[in-house]
Design a protein around this ligand. Structure first.
Ligand code: ADE
Ligand code: ZN
Length: 336
């Protein structure tokens, strides 16, 4: 491990943009397929990895939803999340706000309770054994209807005190945030925080809509906001957090090359950008890999890495006293 890697891993970090289904490594996919007697269209782990070449978001989503088919029982969801927490802990993640897509599972006949109870069991174990705190973000699939999202919100009712926020993911183009205005308003009325993918493939207008129509607390990705100077100024002025995912951006061709990644431009514009892994099993890296890859490609200095780690806590849904504690821990590492 070199000096940069050691510094990144030692920095306490929060991960704010992680789809738990996107942390399904091919090895676990095979193990769960066997455990559940499910056929998958791959001969080997290498075969699965070879299929992970995407030209856009939809290419990836098709494979990602198919892969999630091996997840059947509460134990499967617990094992999936536990594998993520182990990996995140090794990267110095001390807090994770994880998205899950209930509709990907309930539409296959899996009970909402099996999904969330499995995740909650892993979250409790991760806190007890690894010292990682976590929160759940329930994401609606935007290629489905708003009525379907309302149904999901209703299914979540018995667990609402265990869910921190709702999110909006899946195919962005053609499914603007405004399509979910009423269900986001209902979620806010229930005391949930709000976040939405916007400006990953979609235009700056979708970022405006996420802010103005949905009233989000965070923007997931937000890359294309940079095309609109007034929007950038507003995001900076309002201290809006962007959960940026460099390796995802590369794999889904949001950027052609990491050398052209806009992360440092975002920081220079005063945006509260953070670094996250999105779907690490599919995009070739967890959080520390993302910090490292973008740091090397864009020549980030230690001060930038410290700023990014701090942003991950100020942009989290943690209470102010916990945020202050984590910021002090970052300063202790930075000054060491
Ligand atoms: N990067 C991404 N964008 C939209 N939906 C997703 N679901 C999982 N990963 C996603
Ligand atoms: Zn995402």
């Amino acid at each position: 491990m070199d000096t940069l890697e050691r510094f990144i891993r030692r920095l306490p970090k929060a991960e704010l943009h992680l789809h738990i289904e996107g942390s399904l490594e091919p090895e676990l996919m095979f193990a769960l397929a066997e455990r559940n007697g499910i056929a998958i269209p791959y001969a080997s782990v290498e075969d699965v990895r070879a299929a992970y070449a995407f030209s856009n978001l939809q290419d990836f989503l098709d494979i990602y939803y198919a892969g999630a088919g091996v997840l059947q029982t509460e134990a499967d969801f617990r094992d999936l999340a536990m594998a993520y927490f182990e990996r995140a802990a090794a990267d110095g993640v001390v807090h994770a706000e994880i998205m899950f897509d209930p509709q990907t599972h309930t539409d296959r006949g899996i009970a909402f309770g099996a999904v969330i109870e499995g995740l909650l069991a892993a979250m409790a174990e991760a806190e007890a054994r690894l010292g990682i705190t976590s929160a759940l973000i329930m994401s609606f699939l935007r290629h489905l209807s708003e009525d379907a999202a309302f149904e999901t919100l209703e299914q979540a009712e018995p667990w609402l005190d265990r869910i921190a926020a709702v999110g909006l993911d899946s195919s962005e183009l053609g499914h603007p945030p405004g399509k979910f205005a009423r269900v986001f308003a209902a979620a806010r009325a229930k005391g949930l925080k709000l976040t939405a993918h916007a400006g990953e493939e979609g235009p700056p207008a979708y970022v405006h809509e996420a802010l103005d129509v949905l009233g989000v607390d965070r923007i997931d990705h937000g890359n294309r906001a940079l095309e609109d100077g007034a929007l950038v100024a507003r995001l900076a002025r309002e201290g809006m957090t962007l959960t940026v995912c460099p390796l995802s951006n590369l794999k889904l061709c949001v950027v052609d090359d990491l050398a052209a990644h806009p992360l440092d431009r975002m920081l220079a514009a005063g945006l509260r950008a953070t670094v996250n892994s999105d779907d690490p099993a599919y995009f070739g890296g967890y959080v520390a890999d993302n910090y490292r890859a973008v740091a090397e490609a864009r020549g980030l200095v230690r001060g930038d890495l410290v700023q990014l780690a701090k942003n991950s806590f100020t942009g989290s849904f943690l209470p102010p006293d916990a945020v202050a504690r984590h910021l002090a821990a970052i300063d202790a590492v930075a000054l060491d």
